[in-house]
Design a protein around this ligand. Sequence first.
Ligand code: RIB
Ligand code: CA
Length: 326
Amino acid sequence: MEARRKIILDCDPGHDDAFAIILAASHLDVLGVTTIGGNCCLGNVTKNALKTLEVIDRTDIPVYAGHSRPMVAELVTAPQFHGESGLDGPVLPDPVTAPQKEHAVDFIVETVKSVDGVTLVPTGPLTNIAAALNRAPEIAGRIREICLMGGSVTFGNWTPAAEFNIFVDPEAAYRVFNSGVPIKMSGVNLTRQCAVSRERVDEIAKIPTRTAKFAVDLLNFFLGTSKEAASLPAANLHDACAVAWLIRPELITAAPMHITVELKGEFTRGMTVCDYRHLRCETPGTDVTESPTMGFRGERPNAEAALRLDFPGFMDLLIQTLRDCP
Ligand code: RIB
Ligand code: CA
């Protein structure tokens, strides 16, 4: 059995980021959690990461605060989905732990330089990752891969064209997608399939663990805001998909394609422009059989784009993880 994959989870908790932390801490070797301003301000997302690790008794995992705002754009947050604290719903005391003194970007650079085979798992805006690559371009050759939640092969969620994480910092996303590091992209075209309904929440509520109670409180809030703010019938656990892909790769069907990021479009800024002309399908996620006759056109693929999720399989993983947590 392969040793647990070494990862750095870069996140902006955020309800779905909290689920990413729970899954990652339970199944992967999390060298550190780094935080980025996104769903909420840096101070709050950092506090929320500490709280989540305390709920699951994993304060051995260090937390490093990163950038508070994008490289160029102004910070956009998402209180309509995550509340003013960034993790509204659960009633938790202030964290008793504190973030490390080192900046997240320094931690990312030093860890990749000193540890072989590290995977970066960003589930928020990509500012910290881009800053690390700008600070030490040589680390690109040492990063095993970047398995991110962000972008989309089809529609956006923040705008018709752009997904939130990419929209918040398109310049950072452009740097990451064009870094040469192998990318796994769990876009919103995929993560919208990870739709946790009221019935599923009721199933989780039967699990007699503190972490399951935390999960239910998160989902009850997130169900409400997802419906109110976006007329969604369920709570989409976007970020958990990127982590699940590393834990159980068979849960996700993906296809190779070239992806870059639009920076200038009046209506398309922050769009992940995906070239899937080699796929014999009109809308990726339906018939994803590659057509050998069509071959790749344009630039060679730089990413694997997730298209289909085995949602029942994902729920099995989540339920078992919540049972096994404190
Ligand atoms: O578009 C979904 C992404 O934006 C998720 O990472 C969610 O946490 C928010 O950051
Ligand atoms: Ca996030």
